[in-house]
Ligand binder design. Structure first.
Ligand code: CA2
Length: 147
């Protein structure tokens, strides 16, 4: 059994309540339920956390060490700006899957750059909320290969 942290960054608490044409109508609570249910079905422990604050996300990554086996991270807009999150991931030496609801490569130029990609084992983007299930599959498959 693996313990996985699903971490969501800034503004993702607004999912399903605003701009549904861009980010869909599924709420963050529904996505978190999807993730926890994935864990229950597949014998893994899934914990979810969201913050709008960069430092709180850094703390959550630090605190994952020794507690969780890996992280699914949608860092939101911090993906494109945060050296602090990149350094935090590098420091904990846990496998991270980078996740985005939208296809960041088909959007504005500034979303094409990801600091998270440099320290992740892989990136899933463009599949909406289903991407969380894909990311959990990828991470648990990776962990299985390591054991
Ligand atoms: O596609 C993704 O998952 C993103 O991480 C979402 C971020 C964006 O900055 C990234 O480039 C790609 C933005 C999340 C904003 O979420 C909202 C949800 C509802 C209403 C407004 C914002």
């Amino acid at each position: 059994m693996a313990s996985i942290l699903v971490l969501n960054g800034p503004n993702l608490n607004l999912l399903g309540t605003r701009q549904p044409e861009v980010y869909g109508s599924t709420t963050l609570a529904e996505i978190e339920t999807l993730c926890v249910d994935y864990g229950a079905t597949n014998g893994h422990d899934v914990t979810c956390f969201q913050s709008n604050h960069e430092g709180a996300l850094v703390d959550a990554i630090h605190n994952a060490r020794g507690v969780h086996n890996g992280i699914v991270l949608n860092a939101g807009a911090y993906t494109h700006t945060s050296i602090a999150l990149m350094d935090a991931i590098a420091s904990v030496e846990l496998p991270v899957i980078e996740l985005h609801l939208s296809n960041i490569h088909a959007r504005e130029e500034f979303r094409h750059k990801s600091y998270i990609a440099k320290v992740s084992i892989g990136q899933i983007c463009g599949f909406g909320p289903a991407g969380y299930g894909l990311a959990l599959d990828a991470l648990t498959g990776h962990l299985k290969g390591m054991s």
